[in-house]
Design a binder for this molecule. Structure first.
Ligand SMILES: NC(=O)c1ccc[n+]([C@@H]2O[C@H](COP(=O)([O-])OP(=O)(O)OC[C@H]3O[C@@H](n4cnc5c(N)ncnc54)[C@H](O)[C@@H]3O)[C@@H](O)[C@H]2O)c1
Length: 333
């Protein structure tokens, strides 16, 4: 099996490649990544000497480059994670989001369609897995959960670009019979996340004794899932998900931002014992809210649990501690 993974030098992609390389000794993996500011290839150093892993620095917006990499590698399947992924950046400058997330996805679909239409196997034997987000559903009020049938209502340029790409992927199944699956996951946490995202920001600013910025009053709620549980879900859906279906992935683990920030401060207090006046929480500072900030996301993962027997194995306190420890090492070594 030859799998092409896009965005493998990013947060989830690097965790996913390590997971798949370890679990499937007969798989050949090609990591296709532009290496934007959000990437870090050093996370894949353990695979440098592996004959089953290779890397191509390719921009998925460049159609010719995508054609070449796909025609050369001839993947049996693609897991597509490459994206511009930070909501704040999409508000400041949406264009790269439309280019990478929409046009880049289209380029991959078109070049896979060309390769697989002329392939040795049936067209439908090849798999295209699109990794997406719960943010496509917009925002929830105090109650309810996002299911696979929740209408799309994206509110930021980031979520709108991901929603658009979900629809393009869907159309390739219904129009051309391409074997596609899409996963829509909630917020991930764990090692390898870029410094700009909430959990690394909290840890980095706390360790340097700077104000820890929290949007608005910190009332926004997110459903947090450990990145390795997300990788297991992607693995299951890629291999066993029904063609043309979407699967929601989530942690049943809702946290108000302010409570999560406090929990991280408590971990830091415990692990470093070095907070200002004995407590990193003293650094929490409320800042002007993000425009159009969705109030609450929460996922109903019943379909994934019942159809594919996926289990969320996270123990939030344990996995948060591992995460905080990982960033302490990163920021203090
Ligand atoms: N992080 C989350 O909590 C979360 C939750 C649900 C879904 N997702 C989705 O999962 C995927 C991965 O997210 P992440 O958090 O790992 O993102 P990330 O920003 O950490 O990594 C994205 C990777 O894509 C690469 N990339 C960006 N533009 C590219 C281009 N034009 N061509 C090739 N490569 C390019 C970057 O270099 C980077 O390595 C995204 O599609 C995102 O929408 C993320």
């Amino acid at each position: 099996m030859k799998i092409l993974i896009t965005g493998g030098a990013g947060f989830i992609g690097s965790n996913l490649i390590l997971h798949l390389h370890d679990k499937y000794p007969d798989y050949e993996i090609l990591n296709v990544d532009k290496l934007t500011y959000a990437s870090d290839l050093s996370y894949l150093k353990p695979l440098e000497s592996s004959e089953r892993y290779s890397f191509s620095q390719t921009d998925i917006v460049d159609r010719e480059a995508v054609r070449k990499v796909i025609q050369d590698f001839k993947p049996d399947g693609i897991i597509h994670l490459a994206a511009e992924s930070h909501v704040d950046n999409s508000i400041a400058g949406p264009e790269p989001f439309i280019l990478t997330n929409v046009l880049g996805t289209f380029n991959l679909l078109e070049e896979c369609r060309a390769l697989w239409s002329a392939g040795e196997k049936e067209f439908s034997a090849y798999r295209f897995h699109h990794v997406s987000t719960d943010e496509v559903y917009g925002t929830l009020g105090d109650t309810g959960l996002f299911s696979e049938t929740t209408p799309y209502a994206p509110n930021s340029p980031y979520s709108a670009s991901k929603a658009s790409s979900d629809f393009v992927v869907r159309s390739y199944h219904h129009t051309y019979g391409m074997n596609v699956v899409t996963t829509n996951c909630s917020n991930n946490y764990g090692p390898h996340q870029h410094d700009e995202k909430l959990i690394p920001v909290v840890i980095r600013t706390a360790l340097s004794k700077k104000p820890i910025p929290v949007y608005g009053k910190g009332e926004n709620i997110r459903d947090w899932l450990f990145v390795r549980d997300h990788c297991k879900a992607i693995d299951m859906v890629f291999h066993d998900g029904r063609s043309g279906e979407t699967y929601n992935v989530g942690g049943r683990n809702e946290w108000k931002n302010i409570d999560l920030v406090r929990a991280i401060c408590d971990e830091l207090n415990l692990l470093t014992g070095n907070g200002p006046d004995g407590d990193y929480k003293n650094l929490i500072t409320f800042v002007t809210d993000r425009p159009g900030h969705d109030l609450r996301y929460a996922i109903d993962a019943t379909k994934l649990e019942q159809e594919l027997c996926w289990q969320n194995t996270q123990d939030f306190r344990r996995d948060l501690r591992e995460t905080v420890n990982w960033y302490i090492q990163k920021y203090t070594s």
